[in-house]
Design a protein around this ligand. Structure first.
Ligand SMILES: [Zn+2]
Length: 182
């Protein structure tokens, strides 16, 4: 069983993941929570809670830390893991365990972020959470606009480095307001 919680940044994905984790524990399931090491040792939601997580930079390390009797595997910031490895991981384990993947769906180039869109297409249950667009303030944000500065005044160009993990350089925007890097 494979569930994906996708959508924009700052849209409540980690909040919904936290609910899934809490519910699984209430049902008596053994849950393991993993996250890319952005927040060391925790899954952190902007709405103000933390859940303990094993932070690992590779899918191989998730694999090596899996406990044999796990029922539910939750993975946050899944867009940052190697796409090929994460897709294979889901294909391999979904028969025996419940896998819940949370991550940002589209990157700042408007493209599939990591394995997210690929995994969404294979999942039994998909939630797409929209954020509030920084520009028009409507609750329709699905893509990220990336800037060179924390004040969000200078958009990046296509020559900027592809990877920037610091969230303060991004804003959720809707497709109408989104301006692709040129
Ligand atoms: Zn907008």
């Amino acid at each position: 069983m494979l569930e994906v919680i996708a959508g924009a940044m700052e849209a409540g994905k980690t909040w919904l993941l936290y609910k899934r984790i809490s519910d699984a524990k209430l049902m008596g399931k053994k849950v393991q929570v993993f996250a890319y090491p952005v927040h060391e040792g925790h899954v952190v939601s902007r709405v103000g809670f933390k859940s303990k997580a094993i932070t690992v930079p590779t899918v191989a390390e998730i694999e090596s830390q899996l406990e044999p009797d796990v029922d539910t595997i939750a993975i946050d910031d899944a867009q940052l893991f190697n796409a090929h490895d994460l897709t294979n991981f889901c294909n391999k384990h979904r028969k025996n365990v419940e896998i819940i993947i949370a991550g940002v769906q589209l990157d700042c180039f408007g493209e599939n972020f990591g394995a997210m869109v690929e995994i969404m297409g294979r999942a039994e249950n998909v939630s797409v959470l929209l954020g509030v667009c920084e520009t028009c303030k409507k609750q329709t944000a699905l893509v990220s606009q990336r800037y060179r500065d924390k004040e969000h005044t200078i958009p990046i160009t296509i020559d900027d480095p592809k990877i920037e993990l610091r969230k303060e350089f991004y804003a959720p925007v809707c497709w109408d307001c989104y301006q692709p890097p040129v």
